[in-house]
Design a protein around this ligand. Structure first.
Ligand SMILES: [Zn+2]
Length: 425
């Protein structure tokens, strides 16, 4: 197959959409082109300043972005392809990337601009289906952790808290202490499959979006391909057009209409039960149980943290892992995990983290013969995005964070009770 070259487009054909910790996304707005129209370009970032200090062998063959192989070989065996965006390699060019930075860096949030930048030494990027442009509105929900841990691996100090309050609610309380916006959203409501609770979750997500001026990342709206903020009248009018019968932009009315429009669609969709099952079965020991198993099996290096000096799995190992996950894994006695399975449990935890961190893009399904919406949208297409491979070197940090979050929650006045509908029996 002939490689797709980014130099077939102009940097000015691409507009900034959004970014996460590791990558940044642009949408194609240039002349009609079969390879680029309706696609986004996903580029990797590096810490600011690090580009000039690294001597890279720029002639060396660089591997494709691992995200593509990870989705093609691993994720696609766990999530049906109709719920995934298509991802292909695009060949980059340093001069082209530098022009893109000159043109679009000012569109990035100031905080991000200070810490990182596009990695101009990368030779390959990712072209993905544009789920945000090409549709009048798109909704992004980052649902986060959809389960409560089982009690068998939790310590006497944490068991009561961790089985009563979900990880997201404890984390929110911890982050509010550091100055973040508060939210009443609980993922276990969203994942509950109970329409009343799903409505509550959507209402809470909306309230968090509205009150934080669109700065929380659990709910985002994209209107005409750009991220919408609650203080933007034009975007609010378009949202009202899609969600309400009377097109009223009154905040209360919009919140009601948004929850009504999406609740039934989410209850009917297979996405949330699938994500919750993957998260809970892959994070079967909790980080505490995983840490205990790691300590048991690495008595020679007791002072080293969880996952330290553990090599990241190769793609072949990930493929083997998925085979095990689909067969023997469910037969293992997870209440007494075997030290011989440590590496599988570590990989399972990393994969669960991928599913705890992904997003869902929801787009109203327009009538095939019409490009405009008549009456409130009731039918939607949903796609799961942002499924990156996590690295073993994150485990130690996650273990410490888990301890900090629980300790904070114990000392705070918060006593939220989160109900895991799959664990209720
Ligand atoms: Zn909760």
């Amino acid at each position: 197959m002939t490689p797709i070259l980014i130099t077939e487009t102009k940097p000015e054909d691409w507009t900034y959409i959004s970014e996460g910790g590791a990558s940044i996304v642009f949408s194609y707005r240039g002349p009609r082109n079969v390879q680029f129209s309706d696609h986004v370009l996903r580029l990797r970032k590096v810490a600011r300043g690090s580009l000039d200090n690294t001597l890279l062998d720029t002639n060396a063959e660089q591997p494709d972005d691992p995200m593509i192989a990870f989705q093609d070989n691993i994720i696609s065996k766990l999530i049906p392809s109709e719920l995934l965006a298509s991802l292909v390699v695009v060949v980059l060019d340093e001069e082209w990337l530098r022009s893109l930075i000159d043109l679009r860096d000012a569109d990035r949030p100031a905080g991000r601009r200070q810490t990182d930048q596009i990695d101009v030494h990368r030779k390959k990027g990712v072209l993905a289906t544009d789920l945000i442009g090409g549709t009048p509105i798109a909704i992004e929900i980052k649902p986060k952790w959809g389960f409560l841990p089982r009690d068998c691996h939790l310590s006497p100090e944490t068991v009561a808290l961790k089985t009563a309050t979900c990880r997201f609610c404890m984390h929110t309380s911890f982050m509010v202490k550091q100055g973040d916006f508060d939210t009443t959203y609980c993922p276990l409501d969203l994942f509950s499959r109970d329409e009343m609770r799903v409505r509550k979750a959507l209402g809470d997500l909306w309230a968090g979006w509205y009150e934080s001026g669109g700065s929380l990342n659990n709910l985002r709206f994209f209107v005409e391909g750009r991220m919408a903020k609650p203080d933007d009248d034009h975007s609010m009018k378009l949202l009202a057009h899609f969600f309400t019968a009377d097109e009223s932009t009154d905040a209360q009315n919009l919140q009601e209409s948004f929850t009504t429009a999406l609740a039934q669609a989410l209850v009917d969709s297979p996405i949330l039960p699938l994500l919750s099952t993957l998260q809970r079965t892959l994070d079967i020991l909790d980080i505490e149980g995983l840490s205990k198993l790691h300590t048991q099996t690495s008595l020679d290096f007791p002072s080293e943290g969880l996952g330290s000096s553990v090599l990241d799995p190769s793609m072949e190992e990930w493929e083997d892992f998925v085979k095990v996950y689909h067969s023997d894994y469910h037969l293992w006695d997870h209440t007494a995990p075997s030290p011989g399975h440590l590496r599988h449990y570590l990989m399972a935890y990393l994969l669960s983290a991928t599913f705890k961190d992904c997003s869902i893009i929801i787009r109203p399904r327009l009538h095939p013969l019409s490009t405009t919406q008549i009456g409130p949208a009731r039918s939607f297409d949903a796609t799961i995005i942002d499924m990156d491979i996590k690295s073993m070197n994150r485990l130690g940090k996650w273990e410490k964070l888990d301890r900090k979050i629980v300790e904070h929650y114990k000392s705070s006045a918060g006593q939220r009770r989160c109900i895991d509908s799959q664990r209720a029996s």
